[in-house]
Design a protein around this ligand. Structure first.
Ligand code: HEM
Length: 414
């Protein structure tokens, strides 16, 4: 059959060069129904069901808008069902359905509205400016470490209310939590890897617990104060809910936008015509360019849902408890939506109904406005002040099925 040599559960698939991976996605999109993959051996000793990969845009959209059938409660970010001990640090709203999900999301959603983020815009731009000041002093360096990791880290920590003495510890731990199968960050022994992830969750939880105690006594205008003083139907968040919320926000804040920024430099170097186009009208084209970067890169590759009942969706019959992966990265190149140029990087693409931040539904990325502001601010600084900056060699890519990451990318300029 058309897809028998493609196995999304094999790390080798995720180590393929991006264009080969996309060629495989196109073959999967040509199938009559969503392809099914075995999950591989569970590290938790329980038999694991495989999953359907939703590689078409229409299927991803349909699952996202039907949370009653496509539930997040069994876990959105892991193919395997996680044992209860993970709830201590990872039992956040991303793994919940409404109404509980909506109640929790409301606690922090105000901080992420376009209006609030607009207020923050100057700060984001100033921070991007300082990062580029430092870059000019440092000279050629690892772009990830010195540029793309810095902005999201500083901004999410400021929003949370975390002092700069904790930045490196936060980054180290969020890196471990979303390191996929990459031996630079995490053990190749799955049991050891799970212990490392739990330890990182625990370290972040210890940080927020201490800060939350202070904020309960003296709330200020930061997200930790909102979490520490939240009142849902007369009840406060439990320690595990508070820790999980914090872990979700710092992981999502750090591990996504960084990769969009690194890929942006790579893409604008690989496509000098697009770079010239952008430079010719930076104000006019930066908005659509950022959308195209998020579409083309898809920093978050998939999210999982689990069927709550037997159903037929977009012509395919599912059974209760079936797992599906919403393959944003594949859907973002679906030729039935983006036309024959779906595989091209085109900063003038319009319309651009990508699902890089998820498709419309209750879990749509909370940080989308913030991410857009951060990518815009750093590109603006780089393109105006260091217009010849470029990667000095091939980037070192993260081995992960979940995050399209760049670990290191030496850059040069001047
Ligand atoms: C959810 C992508 C940046 C916070 C998501 C989802 C995707 C995504 C695909 C799942 C949507 C769904 O299930 O329907 C991205 C990308 C980013 C980015 C590509 C950067 C380019 C951020 C930032 C934050 C953030 C900066 C800040 C904290 C969240 C949260 C959720 C989420 C909290 C879960 C929302 C919920 O379950 O209700 N993101 N994200 N993201 N994102 Fe982002």
């Amino acid at each position: 059959p058309l897809s028998s040599d493609i196995n999304l559960s094999d790390n080798a698939f995720w180590a393929l060069p991006p264009e080969e991976r996309h060629a495989a996605f196109r073959r999967l999109q040509a199938l009559d129904s969503p392809p099914f993959f075995e999950a591989g051996e569970s590290p938790f000793g329980v038999p694991e069901r495989g999953y359907y990969a939703l590689v078409r845009h229409a299927d991803v959209a349909e699952a996202s808008r039907n949370p009653a059938l496509f539930s997040s409660a069994a876990g959105a970010t892991s193919i395997f069902d996680l044992p209860a001990e993970f709830n201590e640090y990872f039992g956040s709203m991303i793994n919940m359905d409404d109404p509980r999900h909506a109640r929790l999301r409301r606690i922090v959603s105000r901080a992420f509205t376009p209006k609030m983020i607009k207020k923050f815009e100057e700060d984001v731009q100033r921070t991007a400016g300082v990062i580029v000041d430092e870059l000019l002093k440092t000279g050629p360096c690892d772009f990830v470490q010195h540029v793309s990791a810095r902005l999201p880290l500083k901004i999410i920590c400021e929003m949370m209310g975390i002092g700069d003495e904790h930045y490196e510890m936060v980054l180290r731990n969020t890196n471990i939590i979303l390191s996929g199968a990459d031996p630079e960050f995490i053990s190749e022994d799955i049991n050891e890897a799970l212990t490392q992830i739990l330890t990182s969750g625990g370290d972040l939880a210890a940080l927020v617990t201490g800060l939350a105690e202070q904020r309960q006594a003296n709330p200020i205008d930061d997200v930790i104060s909102s979490l520490a003083t939240a009142n849902i139907d007369g009840e406060q968040l439990t320690p595990a809910e508070l820790a999980s919320f914090f872990v979700l926000l710092v992981v999502a804040g750090n591990e996504t936008t960084r990769n969009a920024i690194s890929h942006a430099l790579l893409l604008l170097t690989e496509h000098p015509d697009q770079r010239e186009l952008l430079l010719a009208d930076l104000d006019g084209r930066i908005g659509p360019a950022v959308e195209e970067i998020v579409r083309y890169v898809s920093p978050v590759i998939w999210m999982r849902r689990t069927l709550t009942a037997d159903t037929v969706s977009n012509g395919h019959a599912y059974q209760a408890n079936d797992k599906v992966l919403l393959m944003y990265q594949a859907a973002n190149r679906d030729e039935s939506v983006f036309g024959p140029t779906a595989g091209q990087f085109d900063i003038t693409r319009s319309p651009n109904p990508h699902v890089g931040f998820g498709a419309a539904g209750p879990h749509f990325c909370l940080g989308a406005h913030l991410a857009r502001r951060e990518i815009t601010a750093i590109l603006r600084e780089l393109l105006t002040r260091v217009p010849d900056i470029r990667p000095a060699e091939e980037p070192d890519r993260l081995l992960s099925s979940f995050i399209n990451g760049i670990k290191h990318m030496p850059c040069e300029f001047g």
